[in-house]
Design a binder for this molecule. Structure first.
Ligand code: NAP
Length: 304
């Protein structure tokens, strides 16, 4: 594929930015890449592994002359970065981000950007529990969704180019408004993470009673919670601080359902439990049919 942008600039060089850099190189989507990170340690690693062509000490330097700027920092850092880069953005550049919550990022970033740039927020639905510039890999976005939330009045050409850019990195692209994105993600990602954090916290309390049994028998389901609960604390703190309403709405529904199941267990209502679990099993089948997970036993850990 030929280059879609002459210079892509990353602000933040962690898991998502480094995966994008590898995927961009794989497909030849940019003539040049620049980037910066907060700490000199991360910038030194980025230079050592040759992550991008130009590692800059400041965000202002990194974005200068870029026709695509990608904000890859935690949501809570977006506003300060937007203020810092605003005077240095090239005329006609597109600014996008990869934040896991969209309305809060728009509120934090859009007011600071000059009129001569296009702001098209985005969120790749792909990640791992690892962080930092060494964590990235080119295949992270393959067959995953990337949701773009273009504002009213956006330039269709800028959106089209950004769409082809994500497709070039292997992703499928969908468009949504920001509020809808935040509700969908509260169901599919944010609340499940909170439940995993809680479950691991409960088991940690219990461990004091059962010693190592929680670890020893973790393959019985708990292990998969621990992987999710190992996700980056800063990122997830910011997700819950900024997607508050949607997460509370879904948590409310979750609590109601939990009480229904709790009562069914107390009352020995096997029919209710069986019907409920039959319905949820069908959802799992739908996810596999949509190519979003493997049907292999134990999530593919067991080689068949
Ligand atoms: P990461 O691996 O932890 O990297 C974060 C980067 O942001 C690092 O380069 C870090 O610099 C920089 N940074 C952190 N705090 C900063 C601050 N206050 N000011 C300036 N720079 C700061 O994170 P990531 O997983 O790539 O996540 C980045 C964004 O992607 C987040 O907004 C997150 O919501 C979104 N996202 C994450 C996932 C996922 O599963 N991880 C999936 C989809 C979207 P230093 O290394 O120098 O500290």
């Amino acid at each position: 594929m030929s280059a879609l942008y002459s210079r892509v600039a990353f602000v933040g060089l962690g898991l998502i930015a480094s995966s994008m850099a590898h995927a961009i190189r794989r497909a030849g989507l940019a003539e040049q890449m620049s980037g910066t990170a907060r700490s000199s340690e991360t910038r030194a690693i980025a230079r050592e592994i040759d992550l991008v062509d130009l590692v800059c000490d400041t965000a202002a330097e990194a974005v200068a002359g870029a026709d695509l700027v990608v904000l890859c920092v935690p949501i809570g850092a977006m506003e300060r970065i937007a203020q810092e880069i605003a005077p240095h953005l090239a005329e006609g550049a597109t600014v996008t981000d990869v934040g896991s919550v969209k309305q809060a990022v728009i509120d934090a970033v859009a007011p600071h950007l000059p009129d001569h740039v296009q702001f098209i927020p985005g969120h790749p639905l792909a990640g791992t529990e690892h962080s930092g510039p060494r964590a990235g890999f080119a295949e992270l976005f393959d067959n995953r969704w990337c949701i773009l939330t273009p504002p009213e009045g956006h330039d269709p050409d800028a959106l089209d180019r950004l769409t082809r850019f994500w497709q070039g990195m292997g992703a499928n692209v969908d468009l949504m408004d920001a509020a809808h994105h935040d509700l969908v993600l509260a169901v599919t990602s944010h609340t499940p993470h909170l439940i995993a954090y809680t479950m691991v916290g409960v088991a940690d309390d219990l461990r004091r009673v059962t010693d190592s049994e929680v670890i020893k028998y973790s393959a019985a389901g708990f292990r998969d919670f621990t992987r999710i609960a190992a996700s980056d604390p800063t990122m997830w703190r910011d997700v819950f601080l900024t997607n508050k309403d949607a997460t509370l709405e879904i948590l409310g529904r979750f609590t109601e359902e939990l009480f229904v199941l709790q009562r069914a267990i107390r009352q020995g209502d096997g029919a209710l439990l069986h019907d409920y679990f039959t319905r949820t099993r069908a959802i799992r089948r739908g996810i596999i049919e949509a190519g979003q997970d493997t049907d292999a036993p134990d999530f593919g850990r067991i080689k068949t």
